[in-house]
Design a protein around this ligand. Structure first.
Ligand code: XMP
Length: 526
């Protein structure tokens, strides 16, 4: 295991992903975790991440007492990156100061030592471009440390103390702007630390199946709410592979789904994945509760509550049928939702788990008796897609854009039951998405959808004045949904789509495009 201690850098998770991309298992925990949390994981390599702090700040985060003694006694290799390097230098008796010249962005470094632990087969004087982002710098190294590369401005860029297995990089090898960064990580992990690269998704699948079997045993029943999204589908498929038909899934049609979505996802669940799934038609139940409700948060709450009611009823029915209360609940929680991060100062975040609450449609009831099974909780989204492929989930299904739990309710602004807003939105959305697919753009876009606006505008159609609905088109690029930029379609594409929508969807006479990024907007409109 390569363990990353997070000191708040925006790139920390990238380090984890980069190492996993070398087929090496890596985990990330807060840099201020207890010594026990670190020793329990028994890592062979520990990477100290960057971070926005200065090591001299009163609230500067640091590894726990006893850390240095532990790594030295166990022979654990330690690599400090940026703040991590400065922390190592400071804690081991060197000196870190505010740099005379700050180094932000692209910078050339020069290698000063042949065959060191960080650069493979380098000649003295070799140069490479790297990405720097620091104000402080190491001005005096602890005893036994050696500078193995300097920046073009003369500051320390890489250090090592091979005897004590300590290494440090002042720049960020994990970002693509350091083109040789991956080669450096590869050389360090494989050639210096002797890490082996056997971590594959097939192993993950087998290991998870083993864990699920041990947890559930041979008698208990498990339930799962399928949303039609990638995460819950892959989680359910994995659990089904482990325990077979003691898994019982429920898919709820709440009337807020996209065009023909119920038919499409049910076909995948049943025909492709053979999942035991009950489809509950709850259209009336949801829409009657949402009638007249315009406040976005009130809408979300109502939807969450109804989901839980349906879920409870499903569990009760199941108990009647099988004679056994279901004991476990499967959730498609992913790693980014449970990672404990070291928050930057002033961010207002605490050290607690940063769980995106609105990503669980209704949250879980406080008095829930079911125990959770979260087989994807150590995986990133792209890893879940890879696992899905191994589990034979159809690739187009795995590539579907994210869809919010409250569905079209957050895309019909105001009262969702007003007129035929939902129907209009479904038709417009289908035309937009199909056009994107036909143009071969679907996989380059993080999320695309239409929004129904609760206003009418004047138009002229067939020599007659109309007073019809306005719809907005939204398409964004993003890495993780936390920030996003609007997607720049060609004019012809937009022209064709707008014309198609107005010509084929009755009641729409105006199409607008949303060209704001997140921030300041959000991806959804409510
Ligand atoms: P925002 O609109 O916050 O969306 O920029 C970020 C990502 O989260 C999705 N989203 C939701 N997902 N329940 C969900 O399960 C919600 O209430 C919800 N609101 C937004 C959104 O579609 C985007 O992918």
């Amino acid at each position: 295991l390569v363990l990353i201690l997070d000191f708040g850098s925006q790139y920390t998770h990238l380090i984890t992903r980069r190492i996993r991309s070398l087929s090496v298992f890596s985990l990330c925990i807060s840099g201020t975790s207890s010594l026990k949390s670190i020793t329990d994981l028994n890592p062979s390599v520990i990477i100290l991440s960057g971070g926005p702090h200065s090591v001299h700040a009163p609230d500067a985060p640091s590894f726990p007492d006893g850390f240095v003694e532990y790594v030295e006694s166990k022979g654990v290799f330690v690599l400090g990156i940026c703040y991590g390097l400065q922390l190592l230098v400071e804690k081991l008796g060197g000196e870190v100061k505010v740099g005379e010249k700050q180094e932000y962005g692209r910078m050339e470094i020069e290698v000063l030592k042949e065959s060191c632990g960080l650069f493979e087969c380098r000649k003295i004087g070799d140069k490479q471009m790297v990405w720097m982002s620091h104000g402080d710098e190491a001005v005096r190294l602890p005893e036994g440390f050696e500078v193995v590369a300097r920046s073009q401005q003369g500051s320390v860029a890489a250090v090592e103390n091979p005897g004590r297995r300590f290494y440090g990089l002042q720049y960020h090898p994990e970002v693509t702007h350091s083109p040789e960064g991956m080669a450096t990580l590869r050389h360090f992990l494989f050639d210096v630390c002797g890490v082996s690269d056997g971590w594959t998704m097939t192993d993950v699948m087998q290991e998870e199946i083993k864990v699920i079997n041990e947890t559930v045993g041979t008698e208990e029943h498990v339930i799962c709410a399928l949303s039609g999204g990638v995460d819950s589908t892959v989680a359910a498929t994995l659990v089904h592979k482990a325990i077979g038909d003691r898994l019982h899934c429920v898919f709820v049609d709440n009337g807020l789904l996209r065009f023909k979505e119920r038919e499409r996802v049910m076909e995948t669940f049943e025909k492709d994945l053979h999942l035991p799934v009950t489809c509950v038609d709850a259209v009336e139940q949801f829409l009657s509760k949402l009638k007249g409700v315009v406040d976005p948060e009130a809408k979300r709450k109502i939807i969450g509550k109804e989901f839980i009611c349906i879920f409870d009823a499903f569990a009760t029915d199941l108990e009647k049928k099988t004679g056994k209360k279901p004991a476990f609940l499967v959730q498609g929680t992913l790693y980014p939702d449970v990672i404990e991060s070291c928050p930057p100062p002033g961010s207002g975040r605490t050290h607690s788990h940063t769980i995106k609450s609105h990503h669980n449609v209704g949250g879980l009831p406080k008095d829930m008796k079911l125990k959770l099974i979260e087989p994807l909780k150590l995986l990133f989204k792209d890893e879940v897609r890879e696992l899905g492929k191994i589990l034979n989930v159809p690739v187009p299904f795995l590539k579907r854009h994210p869809f919010p739990g409250p569905g079209l309710a957050v895309r019909v602004l105001g009262d969702v039951t007003e007129g035929n807003a939902l129907d209009i939105l479904r038709q417009v959305d289908e035309i937009f998405i199909q056009s994107i697919k036909d143009a071969g753009l679907y996989d380059s876009i993080w999320q695309a959808f239409a929004v129904f606006l609760p206003i009418r505008s004047v138009g002229v159609q067939g020599d007659q004045r109309t007073h019809s609905h306005v719809v907005a088109l939204r398409a964004v690029t993003s890495q993780d949904g936390m920030t996003a930029d609007w997607y720049n379609f060609e004019h012809k594409f937009l022209d064709d789509v707008a014309r198609k929508i107005c010509n084929s969807v009755r009641g729409v006479n105006r199409v607008v495009q949303d060209i704001t990024s997140k921030p300041p907007s959000t991806i959804e409109w409510e």
